[in-house]
Design a protein around this ligand. Structure first.
Ligand code: ASP
Length: 295
């Protein structure tokens, strides 16, 4: 049995379709998830992920990504990478081909080029036009998803249960971060524990939304620990979000979301604000859900 969970309506659909296609083609779980996220990064119509996404305050795209393998807690991440896609694949290479967890900025780019990634201009006419609007003061201060819009960070969780009943989990995330961010700003998405976490003994969790707040909460790690303490995936996410709202003054300024997948297949999500749309795929049965913020 394979279960995949992916954030947001539009990147989610692109991500889940690509991931399931890879799975049907025989991909292992980590490659399934990598392919799902890479498809989102390579789609120029998604304004917050990879190619053609919204840049920082200098008009430059800086991409973040991370991946974690619940089998041995191995993980890899990159942050503030310019001119390379898909950065999720670079994060996987950091995990599998270096002794490190994270590479940053120009050195991450240099590493990617040494591994055969081709540097390229990631700005499209559409994202340049959006940037020019922001420079003229005609765009939102920070661009982040609302339920009506259709693009954002893509975070994906995967669970496979073999014939022996043993669960295996992967978590991964890819983003260009908040639009118009200060150059060098890094959010939760490439930070293991904040943006993603996976442990085969418990489950996996992933976050999306206002990265500073999700990072302060170490949101994904908290949700996984909540499941370890016996909570359902839904309770684990809701407790994380409730704690954020109670303790962090800015947790509901913009949506902050945590989603979780327990090793037995139980799943859930919670948000500080609005409605969180996500996709779930169970052995090819793909379902769309919307999780409203608690009353
Ligand atoms: N969490 C991402 C960040 O703060 C943005 C997002 O999920 O939309 O960089």
């Amino acid at each position: 049995m394979t279960t995949l969970l992916v954030t947001w309506k539009e990147p989610g659909q692109i991500g889940i379709d690509a991931a399931w296609k890879a799975r049907q083609g025989g991909a292992d779980l980590i490659t399934t998830i990598e392919k799902g996220l890479a498809a989102c990064e390579l789609d120029p119509s998604l304004l917050a992920i990879g190619l053609g996404s919204l840049p920082n305050a200098d008009g430059e795209l800086e991409l973040d990504a991370s991946i974690m393998d619940g089998r041995d807690m191995n993980c890899g991440a990159v942050c503030s990478v310019r001119g390379i896609v898909p950065v999720i694949s670079v994060a996987r290479k950091v995990m599998e081909e270096t002794p490190h967890v994270m590479l940053a900025g120009d050195q991450a780019r240099r590493f990617a080029i040494s591994k055969g990634f081709r540097p390229q201009n990631l700005m499209t006419a559409e994202c340049i036009a959006e940037y020019d609007k922001w420079v003229r003061g005609e765009a939102e201060k920070y661009y982040i998803h609302t339920a009506q819009e259709s693009h954002d960070t893509v975070t994906m969780l995967g669970l496979e249960t073999g014939p022996d009943g043993k669960p295996h989990l992967i978590a991964a995330s890819s983003t260009s971060g908040l639009a118009w961010k200060l150059p060098g700003r890094v959010g939760d998405s490439p930070i293991v524990g904040a943006g993603i976490f996976a442990d085969d003994e418990i489950g996996a969790a992933g976050a999306t939304g206002l990265g500073e707040e999700l990072w302060k909460a170490v949101a994904s790690y908290r949700a996984v620990r909540n499941m370890e303490a016996g909570m359902s995936a839904q309770e684990a996410c809701q407790e994380t979000i409730d704690h954020m709202v109670r303790r962090q003054a800015h947790a509901a300024d913009l949506p902050c979301v945590v989603m979780a997948l327990r090793k037995d297949g139980d799943f859930g999500a919670a948000t500080t604000k609005g409605e969180f749309p996500y996709w779930i795929c169970r052995d090819g049965n793909i379902e769309y859900r919307e999780q409203p913020a608690k009353g």
